[in-house]
Design a protein around this ligand. Structure first.
Ligand code: GAP
Length: 466
């Protein structure tokens, strides 16, 4: 445990700073806000959708495109309900819930003041509330003993709403990869070890969602299931994937000192896991899970094989053995990753006596790569060059045109949304055919022939790529 005195400071002291910047600049908004909002669902605005798409693209690049041992999959959100019985989610995917007898508010026991450090065994102890004298943080009322609350959302498929038509909104993408293991392995003729990667929505009826995008009820996961030989090969794969996944966040700009790993205690392990280590990030509200790496053993394929009677064994043509592969899973969240990159990129600096807020995104994650700004919006010839340049850049990268303020203000605006390069077109451009390219971080400016701007931006993007 890190003590408070040697703890690392978060990139942004107060979560509110990020939430208000997120809304002001159009990264994310509370869902259905004009109706008063719906708890724990967020909508991504014009910049947020770009950021999140870039995060997903960067993950796919690292986990599928650049790997010749991992292939992609996009399975349905709704699956056969028996999948979730077999996977253990119907019986075990739950959190400890306590309820106040007077105000009726409900809390997750491990998030109550006084409950944060309880072990998994203590969280299951029916007398724990009484033993620790825990009371409602809202009105001091008595709290019920903890009961397990299943986190899966349910619905009904078809016109009849009865027990037989129940379906679950998937709480993880992983099961889609397990039930398709044989389809994918055979159709893509993969040999073990190989992986199946997926990005997609998952849903959890969290008891205490919160901290903005951190914990929501609808979110996207980026999960990869790596199928290996049983036993030592799984431990070895685990030891390779854990540092590789941590390094991915660093490669895209997260400060190494704000990342750490934390192994789950034996009584804290999810029902499927033999070993689990979280990559944690120092959020403004403390160290919290960013991604989990799990050794799931043969729990999943073994359980699905038993439940369906299907043969999910792999035949190793070299050793001529049949076996159920073990699985090492890397489980990340697209929203949580985007939120982390946003927080970690945020900095306030003083430049020539003036404060500027900068989102120092890695260029590949930045919503806009380049902004084209005419110095004189009243000059039709200057505006025309700027508009033409933006249109040409936009064929390859996200590029934006803006002439709605003076140049100093336009620069600040782009700094605050993390645009790595600004290009200004001025009256001199009409004579020398050149424009000024300004770098977000160094604020250095260079004169570049207008026809060389796109090459320069594409080269800089390629150089920055991890
Ligand atoms: N398949 C394993 C699995 O789902 P998990 O640790 O429960 O593991 C993986 O979830 C990742 O999904 C988390 O590290 C987090 O990034 C993201 N995630 C989980 N629940 C979330 C929630 N309620 N809101 C946002 N992201 C969530």
């Amino acid at each position: 445990m890190t003590s408070l005195s040697d703890d690392v400071a978060p990139a942004v002291a107060a979560l509110d700073t990020i939430v208000s910047l997120g809304k002001r600049r159009g990264f994310f908004f509370p869902s259905s806000e004009i109706y008063g909002g719906i708890n724990a669902v967020w909508d991504y605005g014009p910049l947020g959708v770009e950021l999140k798409n870039n995060v997903k693209r960067a993950w796919w690049r690292a986990m599928v495109q650049e790997r010749d041992d991992i292939v992609g999959l996009d399975a349905g959100i709704l699956m056969h309900p028996q999948v979730w019985v077999t996977s253990g989610h119907v019986a075990s995917f739950s959190d400890p819930l306590v309820e106040c007898a007077t105000c009726k508010r409900r809390y997750r026991l491990d998030e109550l003041p006084g409950g944060e450090d309880l072990t998994a065994t203590e969280l299951r102890d029916e007398r724990i509330v009484e033993r620790l004298g825990l009371v409602c943080p809202n009105d001091g009322g008595p709290l019920s003993p903890p009961r397990r609350f299943n986190l899966m959302f349910t619905s009904h498929m078809g016109p009849v709403e009865d027990e037989g038509s129940i379906v679950y909104f998937r709480p993880e993408t992983a099961q889609g990869s397990y039930v398709n293991f044989r389809n994918v392995q055979q159709s893509s003729r993969r040999k073990i070890p190989f992986g199946i990667a997926q990005i997609g929505k998952s849903f959890r009826n969290e008891i205490s969602p919160g901290n903005s995008l951190f914990r929501t009820r609808e979110f996207e996961q980026m999960e990869m299931q790596y199928f290996v030989r049983p036993g030592d090969a799984a431990s070895a794969a685990f030891e390779e994937w854990l540092p590789r996944r941590r390094a991915w966040y660093e490669a895209y700009g997260v400060a190494p000192e704000r990342l750490r790993t934390r192994e789950h205690a034996p009584d804290e392990l999810a029902h499927y896991a033999k070993k689990a280590v979280d990559v944690e990030y120092r959020f403004p509200f403390g160290w919290k899970e960013l991604e989990g790496v799990h050794n799931r053993g043969d729990f999943d394929l073994g359980s699905h094989a038993r439940a369906t009677g299907e043969n999910l064994e792999y035949f190793d043509p070299v050793t001529e053995e049949h076996f159920i592969p073990w699985i090492v899973e890397t489980a990340a969240g697209a929203d949580r990753a985007a939120f982390t990159f946003l927080i970690d990129a945020c900095r306030e600096e003083e430049v020539r006596g003036e404060k500027r807020v900068v989102l120092g995104f890695h260029p590949e994650l930045a919503p806009y790569k380049v902004a084209v700004l005419p110095l004189l919006k009243k000059r039709a010839d200057v505006v025309e060059i700027a508009r033409r340049l933006r249109d040409d850049l936009a064929r390859d990268v996200m590029a934006v045109y803006d002439d709605t303020a003076a140049i100093g203000k336009l620069y600040r605006r782009q700094d605050e949304i993390g645009t790595p390069w600004c290009v200004t077109v001025d009256v001199e451009s009409l004579e020398d055919g050149a424009v000024t390219v300004r770098d977000r971080d160094s604020m250095m400016q260079e004169r570049v022939p207008v026809e060389g701007v796109k090459r320069l931006i594409l080269d800089r993007l390629a150089e920055a790529r991890p």
